[in-house]
Design a protein around this ligand. Structure first.
Ligand code: ME8
Length: 512
C-alpha cells in the first residue's frame, strides 16, 4: 500500500435480521456509500464496512415465529441485506455478520478485557426491557400507552425482566465521558444530538446490564455459559472485529482504527455516543472520530410499520424508478441530519426537476448538438471570453466548496452547490445560444461548446459519487476513459475526442 495515502474508515450500523430491509436501511447505506465514494475519489484508502446484527432476543423471537432455527433464519435474512447492498451497488470492502467466528472472538476478547480491568461484576437485574429496541430503560424514561402498557421513549412496549446479570460499570465512566465530549465537541453531529448526549450523561449514568440469561441466541459469556452477552455489546464490537481486532498487528487494524465516522440513525445514538466510547475507554482502545446521527424517514407523514402496510421496499422502488433517482432523492430531499418524509410523488418530482431537467438535459442538449453539427467531435476552443472563463471558474470554486462540505459531511450543501453550477451552465447555453452561431460564427460556437463539455465533464466527475450510473454514462459519452475519472483528473484537458451517440441518461419519470 502507498504509505502516503490517507486512510478513511466508515461504517453503517449493522442491521437486525428480524425482518427484510426497508428504505430506512437503504438510506443509511446510501449515505455511507456516497461518503465512501467521495473519499476514494479524493485518493484515500477507504474501508467501508456494513453488515448484519444477528443475535439477541428480538431476532430469536422472529426466528421462532417463522418456524426456523435462529441460524437458518439469520442466514436467510442476512442474505436479503447482502442483496440490498448489491442492488445499491455500494463499494463496501466487507460485510460482517455477528454470527461469524472472527466476530465472536473479538467480542469475547473485549469481554475478558473489561472483566480483567474490574469493569464487569455479577449481580441481578430487575427492571424494564424493550425487546424491539434491545434496550434497558430507567423508571424516569417510562410512560404508558392507551392500553395501559408500559412503553419506552421510542414508543416500544416494555417487559419486566428479573434475572441474574453481569453489569458494566458505566457510572464510573461518566466524568471521563463528559470530559471527552467537552474536548471533542465534534464527536457527535449534528449539534442538537451532541447536546442531547451531553445532557443525558450529565444527569448521571447507571451501570449497564451486559448479559441476559432467559434466552440462548447470542455469544456466551466466557467462563459462564449460563449468560449470553448483551446484544449491544456484541453488535458494537463489529466496528473493530471488522478491521481484524483482536489481531492488533494486522495492517487493517493499524490503518483503519479508530474509524473516521460511524453513521447511525438517531434512534441508536445513545448506544454509539455513550456506551460504545465507555466500552472502548474501559478496554483501553481509541475512540472513533465521529458519530453522525441522521434523521428519521416517515412515509406520507406516518411511521413505517408492517401493521400500517406502508413499509417502502427499496428493491421495488429502485426497479421502478432507477438507482440514481432513488439515491439522489434520499440524499437531496432532506437536509442530512433532519427527519424526512418519503412519497413517490416527491421522488418523481425531485428526479424530474433536478436529474431529468437540469443535469440530464444539460448533457443531452450539448452532446446531441455536437453529434449532429460537429462531426461527432468535441470542438476545440478558440479565445475564451469573460462569460466562458467565469463559468469554468465558478465550477472550480464549487468543486472546492463541495470538497469542504463533504469534509464536514454536509451532503445536502454539497449537492446544492453542484446544482448551482448545473443551472448556471444551462443559463449559459441559453444566453450563448450555440445553435444561432452555426451560420454566423463557427469559432465562437466551438468555444461555447468546448467550454460546456469541460464543465459537463467536471460536473460529472463530482456527480460520480452521488449518481454514479448516470454520471459514468455521461463521461462515457464524452469519451473520458474510466481510469481518468478521479479528483486528480479534474483539471485534465479534453481531447478532441469523438463522442458516442448521446442518449438521455435520466429519463422523465411517471408514477408506476
Ligand atoms: O438498530 N429512517 O438495527 P436496525 C431512517 N442492529 N433510518 C432508518 C429508519 C427510518 N425510518 N429505519 C431504520 C439496529 N433506519 C442495530 C444496530 S449497530 C452496532 C447495531 C436505519 O435494523 C437507521 O440507520 O434497527 C437506524 O439507526 C438503523 O437503520 C437501525 O437498524
Amino acid at each position: 500500500m502507498n504509505k502516503e495515502k490517507k486512510n478513511f474508515y466508515i461504517t453503517t450500523p449493522i442491521y437486525y435480521v428480524n425482518d427484510i430491509p426497508h428504505i430506512g436501511h437503504a438510506y443509511t447505506t446510501i449515505i455511507c456509500d456516497t461518503i465512501a465514494r467521495h473519499n476514494k475519489w479524493l485518493g484515500k484508502n477507504v474501508n467501508f464496512l456494513t453488515g448484519t446484527d444477528e443475535h439477541g432476543q428480538k431476532v430469536e423471537k422472529s426466528a421462532i415465529n417463522s418456524g426456523l432455527d435462529p441460524q437458518s433464519f439469520t442466514n436467510k435474512l442476512s442474505k436479503s441485506f447482502i442483496e440490498l447492498s448489491q442492488k445499491l451497488k455500494i463499494i463496501n470492502n466487507d460485510f460482517i455478520r455477528t454470527t461469524e467466528p472472527r466476530h465472536k472472538e473479538a467480542v469475547k476478547n473485549i469481554w475478558n478485557k473489561l472483566e480483567e480491568k474490574g469493569d464487569i461484576y455479577l449481580d441481578k437485574y430487575a427492571g424494564w426491557y424493550s425487546v424491539r429496541d434491545e434496550a434497558f430503560y430507567s423508571e424516569d424514561e417510562i410512560s404508558e400507552n392507551n392500553n395501559g402498557e408500559k412503553i419506552g421513549p421510542s414508543g416500544s412496549i416494555l417487559e419486566w425482566v428479573e434475572e441474574p446479570s453481569y453489569f458494566f460499570k458505566l457510572s464510573a465512566w461518566q466524568n471521563k465521558l463528559l470530559e471527552f465530549y467537552k474536548n471533542n465537541p465534534d464527536f457527535v453531529s449534528p449539534k442538537t444530538r451532541y447536546n442531547e448526549v451531553l445532557s443525558f450523561v450529565s444527569k448521571g449514568l447507571e451501570d449497564l446490564s451486559v448479559s441476559r440469561t432467559t434466552f440462548n441466541w447470542g455469544i456466551e459469556v466466557p467462563n459462564n455459559d449460563q449468560h449470553i452477552i448483551y446484544v449491544w455489546l456484541d453488535a458494537l464490537t463489529n466496528y473493530i472485529s471488522g478491521v481484524d481486532y483482536p489481531n492488533i498487528k494486522s495492517n487493517k487494524w493499524n490503518n483503519f482504527w479508530p474509524a473516521d465516522i460511524h453513521v447511525v440513525g438517531k434512534d441508536i445514538l445513545r448506544f454509539h455516543a455513550i456506551y460504545w466510547p465507555a466500552f472502548l475507554m474501559a478496554a483501553n482502545l481509541k475512540l472513533p472520530k465521529k458519530i453522525y446521527a441522521h434523521g428519521w424517514w416517515t412515509v406520507n407523514g406516518e411511521k413505517m410499520s408492517k401493521s400500517l402496510g406502508n413499509v417502502v421496499d427499496p428493491f421495488k422502488i429502485i426497479s421502478s424508478y432507477g438507482l440514481d433517482q432513488v439515491k439522489y432523492f434520499l440524499l437531496r430531499e432532506v437536509r442530512f441530519g433532519q427527519d424526512g418524509d418519503y412519497s413517490e410523488e416527491a421522488l418523481i418530482k425531485r428526479a424530474n426537476s433536478d436529474l431529468a431537467n437540469d443535469y440530464g438535459n444539460l448533457a443531452q442538449r450539448v452532446l446531441s448538438f455536437i453529434y449532429k453539427n460537429c462531426d461527432k467531435k468535441i470542438p476545440v476552443a478558440n479565445k475564451l471570453i469573460n462569460q466562458d472563463i467565469k463559468l469554468i471558474e465558478n465550477m472550480d470554486k464549487s468543486k472546492d466548496n463541495i470538497i469542504k462540505f463533504m469534509e464536514n459531511y454536509e451532503i445536502t450543501n454539497a449537492l446544492e452547490e453542484l446544482w448551482k453550477v448545473i443551472r448556471e451552465a444551462n443559463s449559459y447555453i441559453d444566453s450563448e445560444a450555440p445553435w444561432s452561431l452555426k451560420n454566423t460564427d463557427i469559432d465562437r460556437m466551438n468555444t461555447v461548446l468546448n467550454t460546456l463539455c469541460v464543465v459537463i465533464k467536471k460536473i460529472s466527475l463530482i456527480a460520480l459519487n452521488f449518481t454514479p450510473d448516470g454520471a459514468n454514462k455521461i463521461l462515457d459519452q464524452l469519451s473520458i476513459s474510466k481510469k481518468n475519472r478521479s479528483y486528480s483528473n479534474f483539471d485534465d484537458t479534453l481531447e478532441n475526442a469523438t463522442i458516442e451517440k448521446p442518449e438521455g441518461v435520466f429519463p422523465r419519470l411517471e408514477k408506476k
